[in-house]
Design a protein around this ligand. Structure first.
Ligand code: PRP
Length: 210
């Protein structure tokens, strides 16, 4: 029997679009990978075994070679700079990384910036020659300017709903984000034919959707 490819799938909001892109490529993946608490799910008819992990951890599993492939957001890839191959822009889970603040505020001299992405935020402000204090948070980032913890935040904006509901505005867009197919470097050599086939089939889906 052909060896299964191990794939790290993001849990949560990107999960469904990640499953759909694989289904559109002809892989018979069930819609409800997340319906139980099982974290390892084998789908022999697709030739794949999935692990379900937090989006921020996908590239870590891929880098360490415990899985061959993963679907990871560009936000995490920029922040973590993991040693993996980025094979394909899947053009799913589109959103953007932005600087966000309260409307009508004078910029502070040495603004405090709260973010889940300290590397991305530091690099952005460094390139602009702007001195800031970065405050690392792990969620509910939009709270920081509302409650006086920070002047600005650097965070992902998808629909803009979180900003609207909290009276915040986008001050600057930093870069666009989509999910990427990534591969472990050793797997890519050792299982090249199988991985390339997955990549080609997904590439065809992306091309059709454009
Ligand atoms: C992300 C991000 C924003 C929100 C943007 O948060 O940090 O808060 O989604 O999406 P929207 O533009 O569609 O409103 P997430 O849902 O991952 O929660 P957390 O960061 O608070 O854990």
């Amino acid at each position: 029997m052909q060896e299964l490819l191990r794939v790290a799938m993001p849990k949560g909001r990107i999960n469904q679009s990640a499953i759909r892109v694989l289904q559109d490529a002809g892989y018979p993946i069930p819609d409800d990978l997340e319906s139980t608490r099982k974290l390892i799910i084998t789908v022999p008819e697709a030739g794949m075994e999935f692990i379900l992990v937090k989006p921020v951890d996908v590239a870590t599993y891929v880098e360490y070679g415990v899985v061959d492939l993963g679907i990871a957001g560009k936000d995490v890839l920029m922040e973590e700079n993991r040693d993996v191959y980025e094979l394909l822009d899947l053009k799913i889970a589109k959103c953007r990384m932005s600087v966000i603040g309260l409307p009508g505020r004078e910029p502070a001299i040495n603004p405090k910036v709260a973010t889940k992405y300290p590397v991305v935020a530091s690099q952005y402000f460094r390139e602009r020659g702007q001195q800031v204090d970065i405050i690392k948070l792990n969620g509910s980032i939009e709270l920081a300017p509302l409650i006086g913890l920070a002047d600005w935040i650097v965070d992902m904006v998808e629909t803009g709903q979180t900003l609207r509901e909290n009276g915040l505005v986008e001050l600057e867009q930093i870069f666009g984000i989509t999910s990427r197919l990534i591969a472990n470097r050793v797997s890519y050599r050792m299982k090249n034919e199988a991985i390339q086939q997955v990549c080609d089939r997904l590439q065809a889906v992306v091309a059709r959707s454009e």
